[in-house]
Write a protein that binds this ligand. Structure first.
Ligand code: ADP
Ligand code: MG
Ligand code: MG
Length: 251
């Protein structure tokens, strides 16, 4: 589903190279974890996949279902089923969460040539998904993420993901700022979306989330490259021994 080949990318504003020859393949049905020390480029990679314009790809390619997506803007990538749950969800004052969800869902339907959702259908879908994630319906009336707690923001991200049912889900440190109960609810929400034609990339600094979202593959990102790939035991190994050995081996 996703094939990243020798990707090099830099910050558009000052030309600093952050991604330095990164290779990664993720198959349909797979849950891939990306781990790595702070500042390795994990969030940068997720932004580049989502098409954010602050970064420039200088070499290599990103193939999604066999086609390069480098020329697509964020909306086009979203319409093709790529979804990024942010490490730091953006506050959108003045736009009620419900309204935001409705626009997002209808934009996706429009891009696919489907009719707009009727209001009763939309409300039913949102209520069902919100109940699964134990989201208080009153939260949906408030402006998106404004004044939400860390846990509420992450749940709102997973609610968007559940409603848009993307093909490629990228979760950037969804575990940060979550207590254990919220972590389980969010993990259940992600696991409920698991399917043979969907892939999930779970970016995390800690192994803890991977007790609840069990990965098929674990990749270590360091200084803009994948320096090691393994199965879920690699995450346990990192938790026990830290990154130093693997970084040393790679060097
Ligand atoms: P991680 O998510 O693995 O902690 P990031 O992708 O956030 O790492 O950051 C990788 C490196 O790139 C860090 O050194 C960070 O300071 C730098 N960086 C990323 N984006 C920008 C930016 N827009 N401006 C300046 N530095 C940036
Ligand atoms: Mg970080
Ligand atoms: Mg990050």
């Amino acid at each position: 589903m996703l094939e990243i080949k020798n990707l090099h990318a830099r910050i558009a504003e000052d030309g600093t190279e952050i991604i330095r020859g990164l290779n990664l393949t993720v198959k349909a049905g797979e849950v891939a974890a990306i781990m790595g020390p702070n500042g390795s480029g994990k969030s940068t990679l997720s932004y580049i996949l989502s098409g954010r314009e602050d970064y420039e790809v200088t070499e290599g390619d990103i193939l999604y279902n066999g086609e390069s997506i480098l020329e697509l803007d964020p909306a086009e990538r979203a319409a093709k089923g790529i979804f990024l749950a942010f490490q730091y969800p953006v506050e959108i004052p003045g736009v009620a969460t419900m309204q935001f969800l409705k626009v997002a869902m209808n934009e996706q339907r429009k891009a696919r040539g489907e009719a707009e959702l009727t209001t009763p259908d939309f409300i039913r879908l949102v209520k069902e998904a919100a109940a699964e994630l134990k989201i208080n319906p009153d939260m949906l009336k408030r402006p998106l993420n404004v004044g939400f707690s860390g846990g509420e923001k992450k749940r709102a991200e997973i609610l968007q993901m559940a409603l848009l049912a993307p093909q490629l889900c990228i979760l950037d440190e969804t575990d940060s700022g979550l207590d254990i109960d919220a972590l389980k609810i969010v993990a259940d929400g992600v696991n409920a979306l698991k399917s043979p034609d969907r892939a999930t990339i779970v970016i995390t600094h800690y192994q803890r989330l991977l007790d609840y979202i069990v990965p098929d593959t674990v990749h270590v990102l360091y200084k803009g490259q994948i320096i090691k790939t393994g199965d879920k035991s690699l995450a346990l190994d990192l938790e026990a021994n830290g990154y130093a050995d693997i970084i040393g081996e790679a060097a």
